[in-house]
Design a binder for this molecule. Structure first.
Ligand code: 3H9
Length: 727
């Protein structure tokens, strides 16, 4: 790992080299400082170009070093950016691949920036619980203005080169030979004054309403990243750029950085970052793993069923340039489905064009609609996305067995049905995989890849690679009822319903959990998912009784507590957003804006009276424990059952599929943050008072780990040798 320099005429080229992404480790910063010093001192050198090895400029500070004590981290990148900027010889950044975080800050210290057309730039520090602390919050606003800088710094958005050019972040975009072009530019500007290129010396161009702009940004981030501190700190740092000279602004930036570092957020977010990458490194008990088993190429695909899920899956495949055949059962459904797909494709094409992807012109190319199963004969993969009904799914898979080529993988998008039962009717059980997409499937990042008893390692490898190709995070889980995500979720939703039965206001429950950081409270989430779908799921998985009897107390069976509320609301045609009323009311069927519904409140007070429920209003703190600790507890049970490889898998599922706040790391990380003994004690207390709710019964794994104190999450697996994945 080093930087090296060579002289091309009078230009020194310094190459950052630290595979795989040229992250700025302390060693690399040190080497860069040394190479710069040499180039500055060398009288034969009149200009300098900084580029990255292997087509990647730099992905920023080395995140793996963040937990090192700061005095051991070597020279600070901030000083280096000042050294570059104050240098009398022009310095040009040649940006290929990425210039992210500290990588972009380094480039902003340079006098000029040339980018390859496919490069992306951004300041994603906020997504790691910190802020750009090598002058990014001070230099970027001076370069592109307050409004654009605020957006980039508070969202962590990656900007493609063409957009970066429009914003003024880079000076030139080239289709090839980025380094050569940077050398050309460097030669051209030798001897020219650099004053206007030294960003730290420039004034910040402020619109007259700058305070209103900052206040608006604050309101937005408080809503969007509820409970997270780094977006707010980012805004404070930009405010400093507005009101203070550069050196004072830098002091404020450093102060805010230290403040954030003293909170749990950076460690939680950085854990979440690495967890996302860890889950791709799957291993099966047989020893087969991502390293040893190659995926089969997927050149063509088919999707069966063009409802909400199927349409989204078609779009996902089309976006990944995989030609797809979309099949429906009859003309009417095909007509409805194809219209939905075409309108989604048009929207995606427009979005891509706005992002500067000119090649996204013929978005309809890869999709073909059909009623004829015969057309699926030669596809490499079929993804079934029909209604959640085992008989129907078996019929389809039996049919596919007879039609598809023997090498075709057959996947089901079931959200919880038994993969083995589906596989049992096929001629190739080893090639049956669960691919559980999340709605809307073309947007949500998560893909649960479900491993059935017969699924081969090649099938797993192929499905995991497909997830990657679709730009998703594939998480491998076992074939248990509802798999992992929904297995935990139904218990959480049930807890929330129990609270309403005890007289707590559903709006308060939603608000409390949203304040904790969840993207949506449980009742709004249920309305979005559809109460009829959830009711069916609750009945199917033993969380409710199938028989319905409005108003009559049927909330216990075999000493297990149930709630029939979902079913009662469905009886009254309150299915959630789609029917315009559910737990909330909406402006129209399909509306999104949830409004408190007086009818529901009257109904609930009658319901309490008839059923004689004991009223138990609880505090916000208890709402959080009561609802979230069942997720954690069931997470431990999933690990105990070997249905997920590790706590990271559960956290990634929740962060990317259920709107869990990443600044707490995920439910399992959050448990270690609260302390396992604390979580255990609370669960024991709640279970003692509610022995009729099995979800509250502490898992043995949690008990064993809590008995060891609060061991770091990374050590859980080693501490409990007997716990092993049954994937
Ligand atoms: C920062 O810069 C702070 C500054 O303001 C200074 C403050 C003082 N460090 O994602 P991939 C690893 S904060 C260390 O699978 P892709 C990653 O773990 C930093 N390692 O590939 C993985 O390792 P492994 C701000 C890093 O092609 C491998 O590289 N920067 C870093 O899909 C490949 O990664 C960011 O937040 C890093 N900075 O995507 C950028 N980045 O093979 C974060 C990656 O062992 N990174 N690795 O699993 C990314 O967004 C993506 O990794 C990137 C590549 C787009 C670069």
């Amino acid at each position: 790992m080093a930087t090296f320099r060579h002289i091309c005429d009078s230009v020194a080229v310094i190459t950052l080299s630290n595979p795989p992404v040229n992250a700025l480790s302390s060693a690399l910063i040190q080497a860069l400082q040394k190479a710069l010093g040499e180039a500055i001192r060398d009288s034969a050198v009149e200009a300098i170009v900084i580029c990255g090895d292997k087509g990647k400029f730099c992905a920023g500070a080395d995140i793996r070093e963040f937990n090192k004590p700061s005095q051991k981290r070597g020279p600070h990148l901030l000083l280096l950016t000042d050294l570059i900027e104050s240098n009398k010889k022009p310095v040009v950044a040649a940006i290929e691949g990425v210039a992210l975080g500290g990588g972009l800050e380094l480039a902003l210290g340079c006098h000029y920036r040339v980018a390859h057309v496919q490069a992306r730039v951004g300041l994603p520090e906020v997504l790691l619980g910190i802020l750009p602390a090598a002058s990014g919050t001070q230099r970027l606003p001076r370069l592109i203005g307050i409004a654009a800088a605020l957006t980039l710094i508070t969202t962590g958005k990656y900007v493609p080169a063409r957009e970066a050019l429009k914003l003024g972040i880079v000076d030139k975009v080239v289709g090839e030979n980025t380094v050569d072009e940077a050398i050309r530019l460097a030669k051209k500007v030798i001897g020219q004054p650099l004053g206007s290129r030294q960003l730290s010396t420039l004034p910040v161009q402020c619109p007259p309403n700058v305070e209103a702009l900052l206040a608006e940004a604050m309101v937005k981030v408080k809503k969007q990243f509820r409970g997270a501190q780094s977006p707010q700190a980012c805004i404070e740092a930009v405010r400093a750029a507005v009101h203070l000279p550069y050196t004072e602004g830098i002091k404020k930036e450093q102060e805010l950085y230290q403040f954030l570092n003293a909170t749990h957020e950076p460690r939680a977010q950085q854990y979440a970052f690495f967890a996302e990458r860890e889950v791709a490194k799957w291993t099966l008990p047989s020893g087969a793993s991502w390293k040893t088993v190659s995926p089969q190429p997927i050149h063509t695909a088919a999707v069966i069923g063009l409802g909400t899920m199927g349409s989204g899956i078609v779009i996902s495949l089309a976006k990944a340039q995989i030609p797809v055949i979309a099949l429906e059962k009859d003309k009417k459904q095909l007509n409805i489905g194809s219209k939905a797909v075409i309108s989604l494709l048009d929207r995606e094409t427009l979005k891509m064009k706005q992002l500067g992807h000119t090649e996204a012109t013929n978005s309809l190319g890869p999709v073909r609609f059909t009623l004829d199963y015969g057309e699926l004969r030669d596809v490499d993969i079929v993804i079934e996305a029909v209604f959640e009904n085992m008989i129907l799914k078996k019929e389809i898979f039996r049919h596919l067995s007879g039609i598809c080529k023997p090498e075709a993988f057959l996947c089901t998008n079931t959200s919880g049905l038994d993969i083995d039962e589906i596989a049992s009717v096929t001629d190739r059980p080893q090639m049956i995989v669960g691919t559980h997409f999340y709605a809307p499937a073309h947007i949500m990042k998560l893909l649960e890849v479900v491993h059935g008893r017969y699924t081969s390692s090649i099938s797993i490898s192929t499905a995991m690679q497909l997830a990657k190709n679709l730009g998703k995070i594939g998480v491998l889980v076992g074939n248990c009822p509802l798999f992992v995500g929904n297995r935990l979720m139904v218990l959480y939703l049930q807890q929330a319903i129990f609270l309403v039965e005890e007289g707590n206001k559903l709006e308060e429950i939603d608000q409390t959990l949203e304040n904790f950081g969840l993207a949506m409270g449980p009742f709004q989430m249920m309305d979005l998912a559809g109460l009829d779908t959830l009711w069916g799921c609750h009945v199917e998985h033993g969380l409710a009784r199938p028989e319905q009897s409005s108003g009559i107390s049927t909330h216990h069976h075999s000493s297990k507590r149930y709630s029939q509320l979902l079913g009662i609301l469905c009886e009254k045609s309150r299915f959630g957003q789609k029917s315009g009323q559910g737990w909330y009311k909406y402006e129209k069927p399909g509306g999104r804006k949830a409004m408190s519904d007086p009818w529901l409140h009257n109904f609930l007070s009658e319901y309490h009276g008839v059923n004689n429920f004991k009223t138990q209003k609880i505090t916000q703190e208890k709402i959080i424990e009561w609802c979230l600790y069942v997720i954690i507890n069931e997470g431990f049970k999933v690990l105990e059952d070997g249905m997920a490889s590790g706590p990271e898998d559960i956290d990634v599922i929740y962060n990317s599929g259920y709107g869990w706040p990443k600044h707490t790391g995920g439910p399992m990380y959050y448990a270690s943050l609260v302390g396992l003994p604390v979580v255990l004690t609370k669960l024991e207390k709640y279970y003692e008072a509610n022995p009729d709710i099995p979800g509250l019964k502490p898992s043995s794994l949690l008990k064993n780990l809590a008995a060891l104190g609060n061991p770091p999450l990374k050590e859980w697996r080693a501490l409990l040798g007997s716990w092993s994945s049954k994937l």
